[in-house]
Design a protein around this ligand. Sequence first.
Ligand code: UD1
Ligand code: UDP
Length: 384
Amino acid sequence: MRARLKVLTVFGTRPEAIKLFPLLHRLERDPRFVSRVCVSGQHRGMLKQVLELMDIAPDHDLRLMREGEYLNIFTSRFLAAIDPILQAESPDLVLVQGDTGTAFGAAMAAHYRRIPVAHVEAGLRSGNLDQPWPEEFNRKAIAALAHYHFAPTARAREDLLAENVPAERIRVTGNTVIDALYWMRDRLRCEPQLAGTAGELEKLAAGRRIIGVTCHRRENLEGGIARIAAALQAIAARKDVLIAFPLHPNPQVSGPMRAALEERARIHLMEPLGYPDFIRLMDVSHFMLSDSGGVQEEAPALGTPVLVMRKATERPEGIAAGTARLVGTDPARIVTEASRLLDDTGAHRSMANAHNPYGDGRAAERIVQVLARDRISHSIRQIS
Ligand code: UD1
Ligand code: UDP
């Protein structure tokens, strides 16, 4: 066994970077580990923003993003590019997060090279391979081969057990997204200027209630985008709101959204916000309208209700806790639910005061403890 466990963390998108930096910060400064980082570059601009803010300098950047490339082509290019890195680095463990194409590809490539895999945010299931698509499959595929399954909630653990993942390989840690959020909130107290764009937005709102919006899910690309745009137009007919909508750079999202919503009164379209600005936006919003995974976890921790524009979610804990509601993409339903939160103070308060089920901000600490303990008691390759 090596004296220090060599961990290669592989990721490629904005949410992975946000959810991994608390762990990377710990691994980097812990003498029991050698931490190496490889980014696929599945995302470019949005990833760079987070890496710079968190002061993470990847050891390898595969720079794979191409506009509008189909999933199979990205995956095949990624597998070809990651293999020489795995061979050169020969890590004891490959660490992946969540359900993206990069996470799935890295886990599979590591497995093919007989390198154990640790999966952060394991066990989220909607039970429907079409929603989220293709992420439900990606997450299940990673679970089929991972050695460590770091489940954010007890519910995620149950779902892994139901797929016959051995109990001793699962640890309930909380979600590192809450660690990230608390870290950012503390930093914003000292450096409020990091959220200057959100500050400008509050001035622009001039007392009107802000509704934060995000949208990017692939299953919403056909039809969903137009329906969501119609709902936003209807909500913006009210004079007492300001819709703040940072657009995902996917041209299949930003193109139609701009065409439908640009220059509309009380709808403010923006480039993707930096993470500090986005945290501030969620904090000051009356509620969020979103199809994002991360927003379903972050907004409850800030006491902001979320209307989830999906038919199904792999994050049912927020729905059960009462902080989020599934509203789909039917414009009439979205408008009804939004109006309720705008007009019924009690309904808003009960969602805003609901408990955050996603963790206490100590998930990364727990994950490091598990990895460090196994480093001492076993050779990790022997137990995989
Ligand atoms: C990916 C993940 C999804 C995650 C989302 C977070 C997969 C299959 N999906 O979806 O799970 O929720 O990231 O945002 O991995 N683009 C840019 N600049 C960027 C990022 C993207 O221009 O910084 C454009 C590119 O044209 C790209 C397109 O957006 O082709 C789609 O990006 P992609 O990573 O394929 O899918 P997402 O919808 O972002
Ligand atoms: N986010 C951000 N700027 C934005 C929109 C989102 O920094 O303009 C952050 C947000 O705080 C969350 C993550 O990006 O942590 C969510 O990313 P996204 O919705 O793209 O992906 P998902 O969570 O659905 O996988």
